[in-house]
Design a protein around this ligand. Structure first.
Ligand SMILES: NC(=O)c1ccc[n+]([C@@H]2O[C@H](COP(=O)([O-])OP(=O)(O)OC[C@H]3O[C@@H](n4cnc5c(N)ncnc54)[C@H](O)[C@@H]3O)[C@@H](O)[C@H]2O)c1
Length: 241
């Protein structure tokens, strides 16, 4: 028996990286997973591998969310979990960021998470059950140079608490997960010096595996987390302890 048996779970940005690991772990635990991304070919591959369904979803498009949610409800009759995982990274700080890049980070990371919650909250509130998991970062827990990325991740942490409070009486939970340095393309895109510096700041002395974050996400999606809402769970090998 799996901890997500019978649950219908949407994972955004799950064609690769942490999202793919989250989708895989949820499927292993018995969930009917809907893999979503803008990378259709990779997304289809993951979905086939884990016996899930793939749907195109640009998280910044309200229309895309509307279409996704109505098609999932039509096909499965309910939505038990959503993982707002899709995200993009920029290392730009106050001296070298541009309005365009600032807005793009906010659009994908913050607005994308907001649109996901706004699309799914009415369904879950109506069902009187559901679990929303928002992927923030350690960047949402402390000060960092990367100003837009950090702002978007603090915003996710804040919006999570707003939705947790609003939906608590409807039996819907909402939590944020804050990964540290995790082995995905975002981490590998860092310059070698930055990467080495980052890893050396981890008390466990290593970066994390996507599967180590996925297990926490699965826990929050499951009924084992029935009394946890509005929480922020840091998964960072002790980095910000
Ligand atoms: N890797 C890390 O060290 C780390 C640390 C903390 C937080 N995070 C967060 O984890 C999440 C997953 O990132 P990752 O590390 O797996 O990176 P990744 O680049 O491997 O995956 C990100 C996924 O999001 C998708 N995506 C991007 N824009 C999208 C959009 N507009 N609509 C839908 N999908 C879109 C990409 O296609 C990709 O599949 C992100 O929110 C990221 O900020 C990553």
């Amino acid at each position: 028996m799996g901890s997500l048996d019978g649950k219908v779970v949407i994972v955004t940005g799950s064609a690769k990286g942490m999202g793919a690991a989250e989708a895989r772990d949820a499927a292993n635990q018995g969930a009917q997973v809907i893999v979503t991304d803008i990378l259709d070919e990779l997304g289809e591959e993951i979905a086939t591998e884990i016996n899930a369904t793939y749907r195109t979803l640009d998280v910044t498009s309200e229309k895309n969310w509307e279409i996704l949610v109505s098609s999932v409800v039509e096909e499965y009759g309910r939505i038990d979990g959503v993982v707002n995982n899709a995200g993009i990274y920029s290392s730009q700080g106050i001296f070298n960021s541009s309005v365009e890049s600032f807005q793009r980070i906010i659009e994908v990371n913050q607005l994308g998470t907001y649109l996901g919650m706004a699309a799914i909250a009415p369904i879950m509130a109506n069902q009187k059950s559901g679990s929303i998991v928002n992927i923030s970062s350690v960047a949402g827990m402390r000060g960092q140079v990367n100003i837009a990325y950090m702002a978007s991740k603090w915003a996710i942490r804040g919006m999570t608490k707003s939705v947790a409070k609003t939906l608590a009486s409807s039996g819907v939970r909402c939590n944020s997960v804050h990964p540290g340095a995790v082995n995905t393309d975002i981490l590998f895109s860092l310059e070698e010096e930055t990467l080495n510096h980052l890893i050396s700041s981890v008390p466990m002395g290593r970066s994390g595996e996507p599967s180590e974050v996925a297990k926490v996400v699965t826990f929050l999606l499951s009924d084992a987390a029935s009394y946890i809402s509005g929480a922020e769970i840091v998964v960072d090998g002790g980095m910000i302890a």
